[in-house]
Design a protein around this ligand. Structure first.
Ligand code: GLN
Length: 321
């Protein structure tokens, strides 16, 4: 397919009702202030524990690259598991369906860092968005590129147009000091031959990938290819239309772990959360959204983030259903 012309990107400074959804964002930004229960920041990564649950940002990126937001929408935060979407997209772009031999695409119904299912299922994780599955995807990306985390960072930079998007080595180190569970998952899968890089190298790549800091604006823009049927910001093709559908489908069914059913019920969009408090969501053909608020529910999803996306789809009537 020939490249389409380079797309223009405009960053608008304030919501104040620009763009198609500015008024809706302003309303959500006002309403969220009254939200009582905000959950608690992740504390198993010590550097994330001190985040303020009152922080809130939300951005919308339209397919032409127009981006705007409300609250702390330009504040970088720890992307964590949101990067799993970008790693999967890169592996699919590089070698197509191969990866599905090593990871499934069914909801797990278990917490994101669970070990139990892996033994029953012979070291093949349920889906690419629980930690075990993401470790397999990063392992494959590492083998294919030699620098998995760097490729994820570069994709985020290129699609957001923001070269400040980067690793936060202190966050990666903080996670590594409490990384026993991810190490256990990786070693266990290695025993089945489903991890091919040395586990310490893989964990370093995975923790680096998770440590990337980016804002709601950056992530809403970076996920734009999921709303544009796989077309990147520069008009080139990252994923086929069918692969884009597949990634969105796995986000819908697995992107918020054992709360994916509740997320689909409330929000009705493909979404991917991270324990930094961010959630990216896609309205195919219309826009991509990113919300951030560090207080999490017991599943590891941002309380105010899910609430805000719920309000967005309720107020606009947009969803994939
Ligand atoms: N880095 C985190 C972990 O592996 C990511 C988890 C998440 O965001 N849900 O535990």
């Amino acid at each position: 397919m020939p490249d389409s012309p380079h797309r223009v990107r405009r960053v608008l400074a304030t919501a104040a009702a620009p763009g198609r959804f500015g008024a809706v964002l302003d309303r959500i930004g006002t309403e969220v202030a009254a939200l009582g229960e905000r959950g608690r920041p992740a504390d198993y990564i010590p550097l994330l524990a001190g985040a303020d649950p009152r922080r809130f940002g939300m951005a919308v990126a339209e397919p032409d690259g127009t981006v705007y937001g409300v609250g702390d929408w330009r504040e970088p935060f720890s992307t964590q598991s949101i990067t799993k979407v970008f790693a999967l997209a890169l592996v699919l772009a590089l070698e197509g369906a191969e990866i599905w031999r090593r990871v499934g695409r069914e909801p797990s119904g278990n917490p994101f860092n669970s070990l139990v299912q892996l033994e029953y299922e012979n070291g093949v994780p349920r889906n690419p968005f629980i930690n075990a599955g993401a470790l397999v995807v990063t392992d494959r990306l590492q083998t294919l590129t030699g620098h998995a985390a760097g490729r994820v960072r570069d994709l985020l930079r290129e699609e957001s147009g923001n070269s400040d998007v980067d690793f936060v080595p202190e966050v990666a180190a903080s996670e590594a000091t409490h990384g026993d569970r991810n190490a256990a998952l990786a070693h266990f899968m290695a025993s089945y031959g489903n991890i091919t890089n040395p586990v310490p190298h893989l964990l370093a790549a995975y923790f680096s990938q998770c440590s990337i800091a980016a804002s709601c604006a950056d992530l809403a823009l970076a996920a734009g290819f999921l709303a544009r049927r796989g077309v990147r910001a520069n008009g080139s093709v990252l994923l086929t239309r069918s692969q884009t559908k597949q990634v969105n489908a796995v986000m819908l069914t697995c992107g918020t772990y054992d709360a994916a059913g509740e997320f689909a019920h409330r929000v009705g969009l493909p979404g991917k959360s991270g324990v930094g408090g961010g959630i990216v969501a896609v309205v195919p053909g219309v826009c991509t959204l990113c919300v951030w608020s560090p207080g999490l529910d017991r599943h590891g999803n941002s309380v105010a983030g899910v609430w805000a996306l719920d309000r967005f789809t309720t107020l606009t009537g947009l969803s994939v259903f």
